[in-house]
Design a protein around this ligand. Structure first.
Ligand code: ZN
Length: 241
């Protein structure tokens, strides 16, 4: 049983399709989506429809939450404000309602999924470093939790009272440890690699493997410009700093 866990698609259809194709070539049985399906990118309708059609366990991201609501976006960064205002207009009412009805956290078999943190998931806090990961793992009720939100992939292991980061593209789960796995971002990576990021969890071998997938960045950038969205959103897709 192989699961593809994807997050932070951010309305980037080219990246989403490339990841789905890649996962299919790896014979994945099921998808799981950790939210932020929309926001920043130029194709929110198409991406929402694809995730709906995958009919997979999905949780709500902060962008999904903001798009679904009608609240003020004044406190957000300018780019996010422009993008979310535009996305609210583009999506259909049923799509916005669907995004707004997604749960913040969900149990899938023996593990859990959340967009940002496994506890107090509705606050959308960030796991930026070892101390953040340690706080999560102390409270984590399941042996394994998958998250996204920072757009930076990483594996954190809590064993014998100590949390450490696993510096590898894969992680073999031990029965005696707890794990927090950030799967990275499909549609807007923020580490030093512009390729789409996701993981495959092989439940039989208990291995989680991270994958990076090339997609047509220029096409997404062209569509952002055509939509009249801020130029910084197109630049950010190739900003590896
Ligand atoms: Zn995000």
């Amino acid at each position: 049983m192989k699961l593809a866990i994807i997050s932070d698609i951010h309305a980037n259809l080219q990246a989403l399709e490339a990841v789905i194709d890649h996962a299919s070539s790896e014979n994945v049985d099921q998808f799981i989506c950790l939210g932020d399906i929309v926001g920043y990118g130029p194709q929110p309708m198409e991406c929402t429809r694809i995730i709906q059609d995958l009919n997979c366990p999905t949780v709500r991201g902060n962008h999904d939450h903001e798009v679904a609501g009608n609240g003020s976006l004044d406190t957000l960064h300018q780019d996010a404000q422009a993008s979310l205002t535009w996305t609210r207009k583009i999506l259909t009412d049923p799509q916005r309602a669907w995004l707004g009805a997604l749960p913040y956290v969900r149990r899938v078999g023996r593990f859990s999924i959340a967009h940002a943190t496994p506890h107090r998931s509705n606050l959308f806090g960030y796991v930026h470093d070892l101390a953040d990961a340690d706080r999560c793992l102390q409270e984590q009720a399941t042996p394994l939790c998958f998250i996204g939100h920072t757009h930076v992939p990483g594996f954190f292991e809590h064993t014998q009272g100590v949390t450490h980061e696993i510096d590898s593209s894969y992680c073999t789960l031990s029965e005696v440890s707890k794990y927090l796995c950030n799967v990275g971002s499909v549609g807007q990576p923020r580490d030093s690699d512009i390729r789409a990021s996701y993981v495959i969890f092989d439940r039989t071998s208990r291995v989680i493997q991270r994958h990076r997938v090339v997609y047509d960045v220029e096409k997404t950038q062209d569509l952002l410009r055509l939509a009249g969205l801020p130029a910084s959103l197109a630049e950010r897709l190739v900003d590896v700093a």
